[in-house]
Ligand binder design. Sequence first.
Ligand code: GDP
Ligand code: IMO
Ligand code: MG
Length: 431
Amino acid sequence: MMGYRTAAIIGSQWGDEGKGKIIDYLAGKADVVVRAQGGNNAGHTVVIGSKKYALHLIPSGVLRPGAVNVIGHGVVVDPAGFFAEIETLEADGVDCSRIFVSDRAHIVFPWHRELDGLSEDRAGGSGIGTTKRGIGPCYTDKAARIGLRVCDMLDADAFKEKMSARIDASNEVIEKIYGATTLGKAHMIEEYAGYAERMRPMIADTGVIVYDAVSSGKSVLFEGAQGTMLDIDLGTYPYVTSSHPGSGGFIVGAGIGPRMIGEIVGVVKAYTTRVGAGPMVTELTDESGDAIREAGHEYGTTTGRPRRCGWFDGVVVNHSVRTNGTTGIALMLLDVLGVFDEVKLCYAYETPDGAKIKHFPASLEMLAACRPLYKTMRGWRSDISGCRSFDDLPEEARAYVGEVEALSGVPVKIISVGPGREQTIIREEIL
Ligand code: GDP
Ligand code: IMO
Ligand code: MG
């Protein structure tokens, strides 16, 4: 497509759709894998044989020998999390020598994490339910034009001075607004000086690396984090993250032109989950929700929180397809629905005044008042995790896939029936 061998892999719901699995699968063919937004709030699980890897900040391409891994400037980089993750991966024998970090990426500092926690604690039960990784406060500083970037680490003395000024300013907020204990300075500055030296050989103008790879015909995979409904513009604001998980996020966050993205793969869970607060129209608070949670092991990869579970929401997926320009769907965790006699898909919402709507509403008050309208289908009530082709799937499961295509208007190109690499049905090649 467009002559470029590129694909963007984006979450179509509220995150945790199985992006990590698909990125790892496709990364076998990729020369470069690029993260372009979010930070270590992400938790991407990749299962290879009996080994399970949880990736947060490092692109999932690291598990494929040969792929270059890029952390673009739209990402917020927590050096403590970054090096802890590298250490864990290296202890598992993973080669982490092909990772580049953008010199323009913003740095997450302890005061960001502290302020994230304090603001959530102050909100009590009405908080966003963030991962408390300091993501929101770091992007806040970026937008306020007071953040520090990775390139600032390259000049050791100037970096210390800049950090010192930011610690003073943040401590003022911590103490005077929140009445909390201020953060110590000397130790933090020393800690970050250490990170700066360790990161120095990995720091690059990653926009050039990505552009050169794409324009020379290499295969490049853009790894989305979070999901469209957590996008600060497209999602359920204010219950969102502070970046752009949609496909547009790659343009700003990796620094490429929009025509350089070929395929846009919307990763879609066969049902819906959400961690954190905010309305979710198809949420199931009864035993069906528990059945999904247990069958799908729906507990957060980053925070361990139980995920809220519900039926497939076609209004959400449609919103996602339209706003991302999705060209194909990777339908994940289809095996999980094998525990039901009947399965349901939401095709529209009904508003309190009886109107049927198919476009996702902006107002959360309106959303909270919406009722899901379902199409009920026969379930397949069997274990499909061993199926390796579309024709292997029971008729009811094939019909369910067909309904997802009908509701979204996009072909389902990949079907996943288990966490393993081999548990993947390819209906149309990508990359
Ligand atoms: P991500 O954040 O989008 O990468 O998704 P997560 O890794 O947070 O959550 C997806 C979970 O589902 C992980 O535990 C995966 O190992 C698992 N998973 C992925 N695809 C499948 C599948 O088709 N079936 C099952 N049963 N599990 C899957
Ligand atoms: P992956 O990449 C699911 C959610 C948090 C919270 C909101 C804001 O694994 O799909 P933040 O810490 O970003 O300020 O929290 O966003 N959230 C995710 N939910 N998967 C993720 O990433 C998420 N990253 C953030 O739970 O509701
Ligand atoms: Mg996740």
